[in-house]
Write a protein that binds this ligand. Sequence first.
Ligand code: SAH
Ligand code: SF4
Length: 424
Amino acid sequence: MNFADSEVVGAILRDAGHCLAESVDGADFVLINTCAIRDNAEQRVRHRVRELRAQQGRNKRLRIGILGCMAERLQSRLMAEEDNVSFVCGPDSYRRLPQLMAQVREGQRGAEVELSTTETYADIEPVRLASNGISAYISIMRGCQNYCSYCVVPYTRGRERSRDPQTIVAEARGLFERGYKEVTLLGQNVNSYRFDNVGFPELMAMVAEVSSLLRVRFATSHPKDLSNELLEVMARYPNICRCIHLPVQSGSNRMLKLMNRKYTVEWYLDRMAAIRHYMPDCSITTDVIAGFCSETLEDHEATLELFRKVRYDYAYMFKYSQREGTYAAKHLPDDIADEEKTRRLNEIIALQGQIALENNRQEVGREYEVLVEGESHRSKEQLFGRNSQNKVLVFDRRDAVPGTYRKVKVTDCTAATLIGELCD
Ligand code: SAH
Ligand code: SF4
């Protein structure tokens, strides 16, 4: 989401006459787009801000601006704590950046942190900042009001609002015409996308119709809202990728209730069964939090048990990090010791690593259509790409070129990568 937002910021600043500097040494501004989801994300930003002090010593014109959720969360407190930061700008205020930066050039400091109920940046064509020319993100909605008890997002990104579907389809079409082969539709809970009479399943169909050669992905789905109607639409369009990211957070109903996730393990498993019914070849990935408030060893064991049952292809695994202002911070003690959180997290990581490897071993011998993305990191002789399930395949280059679809047969694997050879 931040990546997509930075591309919107890029477009706003370009239209105001700014351009990208080659390096920090020649820059007038460094803008850092930040995440506030866990404390370690914020600590990394603070570290970077302090590192930039040396460059500011060499380049007296250099000003630092903090964008995104950390700016929204801390507001001018951040400028008081980090005195080399000149301005903060929250996620709904990017249109005001040129003005804010002009003000800063005149020696003032500033904060723009108003949240909006309507801003979607729908009319802004993002500058594809670090794109490979093949795959791009399209933001389809902003904000979240699910208020999971641990989560800071509703406070930093404001109310949920959806973007006009015509502008989304136009952006996808424009990308396809420029040679892009894959778009990922982004929102905190895409299942609750709604603009007039267009819901998420209808929107997916509209984007999938742009071209059968344009792959369509999306993130993130909230399990409480994953409908059969969406699964039917996915199954109908082969260019909608066979991959669903469905964050579970915990395998214990008691934890899910405390987390305010509004579903049970039974409901979640029912949604898994539905996915496999409509698309037996669909990969499933998740997010999980270890050591949430009052989590017992039994609750933790229930999470491990769920992982064994579902057998995810990939998981993002986190230690609980208390966030100021959330329901959990106000009402639920953060009572699992840090070493114990780490121990539980490592147990989940080890189990998931083993499951991913076993899943990948079953792929050996299968053939997949792969969208070739670029050179493999290890060798110039090899390329990598992804299959519809979002698994990375590495294979000998031969006559393949990035940006095309090729058939690859899996011959070997690690827990993270499938190794294969061209077979078309
Ligand atoms: N909107 C998405 C996720 C957004 S945040 C969803 O609901 O699925 C991405 C992930 O960060 C969450 O799924 C959760 O696993 C994790 N996360 C959020 N708040 C956290 C916290 N306070 N501590 C640890 N992990 C957290
Ligand atoms: Fe946070 Fe829950 Fe919203 Fe996801 S759905 S962004 S976890 S409040």
